[in-house]
Design a protein around this ligand. Sequence first.
Ligand code: FAD
Length: 331
Amino acid sequence: MAATARKAITSFEGIAARAVRTVGCAYRGIAREAADVVVIGAGVVGIAVARELASKGREVLVVEAASTFGTGTSSRNSEVIHAGIYYPSTSLKANLCLRGKELLYKYCSDREIAHKKVGKLIVATSEGEIPKLERLLKCGNNNGVDDLRIMDGFQAMQIEPELQCVKALLSPSSGIIDSHSLMLSLVGEAESDRTTFSYNTTVIGGHVEDDFLHLHIYDSDSLHNVTINAELLPQFVLSTRLVINSAGLSAIPLAKRFPVMNKEISCYYARGCYFTLTKTKVPPFSHLIYPIPEDGGLGVHVTLDLNDLVKFGPDVEWIDGVDDLSCFSDR
Ligand SMILES: Cc1cc2nc3c(=O)[nH]c(=O)nc-3n(C[C@H](O)[C@H](O)[C@H](O)COP(=O)(O)OP(=O)(O)OC[C@H]3O[C@@H](n4cnc5c(N)ncnc54)[C@H](O)[C@@H]3O)c2cc1C
């Protein structure tokens, strides 16, 4: 574990003393420390949670398996600020997406983080898709997205001449963001509020004892030398009362490595590719263009980034697990 992290956590001497006394016998002789709050994973979710907790006075330690923040899904996405159209109205996603959109635009404006409200068109390319477009309009309205507008094909093609569609749903409040700058800003603010980031630090599991969660920690580089199926004892035990599991794709498998967690939760993985449009100086579109959503995703869409790069994707392929590379063979 990085020296800075050790320094931060040894300030919780009182908690450490109690925690160390109670850690199970199996881990006797292994170095232990305590922390007020531990956030697992420095993707955009972990960083944002850490910043918020730190701003409320909590002493936060973020443990991240990779060598820096934001190397997982948070840097491999469409960088779209979503309007909140698709989600079922009573869902947390619908609620949080709308509130998050407002907060995100304000956060970016206040700190001059690059972003642009470019708007988005969801398109019906055949008469048969029009009822689906109308259902999306209804769902968006129910969620409180109040600026949506159905356009006839010719109107949509007036604002996007390269497009072909029979009808479109315009979402003016959808936008794009420089996600790396967002994360950099959140990390900086979390650190100003005394959050410590410990990189190359993997949580391999944990156990619960005497009201503490004892996280089992392993140095990420050393993990590469570990034989698969070898019994792995932690190099370090980190004890805390509050853990945020924001480990992204690993969040569920990691939770299952805590004996008290529900082992029945399933995870389903899909993998997709983006395809970059090259050899064009001027992007052919000025809005984000999305098809009617498909099973497992929003459909292969056109995204623009803030440097006018045009990407198509992602496609969706269901896979057995995160290590399944088979679907890349024909790309
Ligand atoms: C193709 C695609 C496109 C998307 N497009 C958009 C979009 O346009 N707009 C939008 O809002 N959202 C989009 N999303 C969703 C968004 O990207 C994710 O919701 C978000 O990035 C998830 O962030 P996270 O912090 O939960 O996960 P991650 O960014 O994956 O971070 C998890 C972190 O945990 C670390 N970690 C994992 N296991 C451990 C461990 N055992 N110990 C320590 N650290 C660990 C990882 O190294 C990683 O850094 C998209 C998602 C995908 C897949």
